[in-house]
Design a protein around this ligand. Sequence first.
Ligand SMILES: Cc1cc2nc3c(=O)[nH]c(=O)nc-3n(C[C@H](O)[C@H](O)[C@H](O)COP(=O)(O)OP(=O)(O)OC[C@H]3O[C@@H](n4cnc5c(N)ncnc54)[C@H](O)[C@@H]3O)c2cc1C
Length: 330
Amino acid sequence: MGRDSSGMVAYHLLSPRQAGPEETSVRHLLLWAARNRWLKDRLPRMRFVRRAVRRFMPGETLADALGAAVPLQAAGIRTLYTHLGENLANLAEADQVADHYIAAIDQIVAAGIDGEVSVKPTQLGLDHDADACLAHLVRIAEHAAAAGSYLWVDMEGSAYCEATVALYERLRAVQPKTGICLQAYLRRTAADIERLRPLDPAIRLVKGAYEEPSSIAYTSRRSIDANFLGLAVRFLLDGRGRPIRLGLGTHDVNLIEQVADQVEAAGIGKDGFEVEMLYGIREDQQYRLAAAGYQVQALISYGEHWYPWYMRRLAERPANLFFALRQLLP
Ligand SMILES: Cc1cc2nc3c(=O)[nH]c(=O)nc-3n(C[C@H](O)[C@H](O)[C@H](O)COP(=O)(O)OP(=O)(O)OC[C@H]3O[C@@H](n4cnc5c(N)ncnc54)[C@H](O)[C@@H]3O)c2cc1C
């Protein structure tokens, strides 16, 4: 496998629409640090950095991730797993990634955890060969379905959007227990949902975190949130009585509650869709929403190549940097 880790993590970037000028400078510094090889070789060895990363990642192994799932599951919070990866140097490396996820599904089941896996198409070779990538997705999806689980396909930058939607169409035709992530900031997403509707798709709707130009994306927070709300509500209302699945992949509790309010009158309750958040972010809200009757899922990342992913997590919300620096104190 390659040494760098970017494909799996880029969606943790904060887009400038959410940051003031000072935050933007700190964000650029953190993103520079994420790419800096000298720091990448040294910082992960420092104890305070290793302690700080624990806030967002329970550990480097799947066993660590499964351990963290136990208290969540006891509170009715299901889990999703992503192995932090590296850019593929060649297609053969995708075999190892697929093998890893197959084994992970078995370990999740063996641990008695109600969990699903979420993968990035570029980790399975989309850059090299779309048919080979599909073959890997089908293999993982069939293994997941046989284990009573599900496979989610992440959405990367807009350059991959058309290829990923097309992959999902082919995947879903073969294995229905599969879902795709779509990004509310992309103008094309409404059309993509209509295109997928005949498949009764499972969709994880997120705001989207890559930096995209205004020619193809909504760029103000207000317009992204409005599109998110409209897409979610319409998808749920149009899908009434159909075997669709919708995950709201956001920490924006206000938005989640607005979706719930707007579909309630149509007889869709809080258990009519899912709420998906990242491990360690707004945990209090994850527990609160689960106790209030929402179907909550936490996405847990694990793997050795966490340094760039963690720096980007800090960049997403520079206030988290203070937490990291506090770990320097005895
Ligand atoms: C389960 C899951 C899967 C995802 N998959 C993808 C994907 O495949 N493709 C993709 O493009 N994007 C994906 N994303 C990322 C998503 O697009 C957003 O970039 C990310 O969720 C941050 O935006 P938000 O919706 O939480 O809203 P925001 O408006 O950014 O945040 C809402 C509130 O949440 C809190 N918050 C957000 N981030 C942090 C943080 N790092 N630390 C502390 N508090 C925070 C803050 O209080 C903030 O006010 C995924 C997100 C989740 C939760």
